[in-house]
Design a protein around this ligand. Structure first.
Ligand code: COA
Length: 206
């Protein structure tokens, strides 16, 4: 764990550094290139963006870490809607990873989300990584992934109650918020604002 760091809400003055660090963290990890810096950029002008929880980690005079939160909804067959939070992208610059910065950012903002009264968080990600924050497979909390057959396992869909019993009353369906979907044209046009970087097809990508 780095000894001296500060976690605080991002401000417009951080936007460029945060977009760059998100691009660096995701580049060639899940696909050749990355889309997450574009999603993050666009989220800031969407009504679902939650600025008070979208925070940076500052260390050594730099900003090596960032997390974005937005509002989303779970839906029930009878039309009921349950407001939830989602987070992501969450990014730590490659040369700063494995120092606990990611865990510090996630833990700090989840605590603040609970204090602010939010009921639950749903994310997609690695069960091994998110288990340490209390996330469980969403299916065990009655949440299925829209478009995926009910009997198909979805271990990557993870949920965490911030208020006990908040997710009772399901079954619920989670649908990717529209803010997490982007066209290749939009991503490429945005990426052209950054220094050129080579897209590579690597093992381990989705
Ligand atoms: C995920 C990420 C934010 C974690 O940041 P970090 O500061 O390295 O995290 P921490 O130091 O708190 O934790 C590191 C641990 O998480 C593990 N870990 C990191 N990413 C993981 C993943 N996708 N799946 C499983 N484990 C993962 C590391 O192996 C390490 O394990 P260890 O504690 O047993 O050594 C960072 O690795 C990152 O930016 N990755 C690229 C972007 C990304 O995948 N973001 C998350 C998806 S939205």
């Amino acid at each position: 764990m780095g000894t001296n760091y500060v976690i605080r809400p991002e401000t417009p003055a951080d936007y460029a550094a945060v977009e760059n660090l998100t691009r660096e963290a995701f580049w060639n990890v899940y696909r050749p290139g990355a889309v997450e810096h574009f999603l993050l950029h666009r989220y800031r002008s969407l009504p679902d963006f939650v600025p008070e929880l979208s925070q940076v980690l500052e260390a050594e005079g730099r900003i090596p870490g960032h997390i974005l939160y937005s509002r989303a909804e779970l839906h029930r067959e009878d039309g009921a809607v349950l407001p939830i939070l989602v987070f992501g992208p969450v990014s730590v610059l490659p040369e700063y990873q494995k120092r606990g910065y990611g865990a510090a950012l996630i833990g700090h903002t989840l605590t603040e989300a609970a204090e602010a009264g939010f009921g639950a968080v749903v994310i997609t990600g690695s069960p091994e990584y998110y288990r340490r924050f209390g996330f469980a497979e969403a299916k065990t909390l009655g949440i299925s992934y829209d478009g995926v057959p009910r009997d198909e396992p979805t271990p990557y869909l993870q949920a965490l109650e911030l208020r006990e019993g908040y997710l009772a009353g399901g079954p619920w369906v989670y649908r990717d918020p529209p803010g997490y979907v982007a066209s290749d044209e939009d991503v490429d046009a945005f990426d052209a604002r950054f220094p050129p970087k080579q897209k590579l097809r690597l093992p381990g990508q989705l």
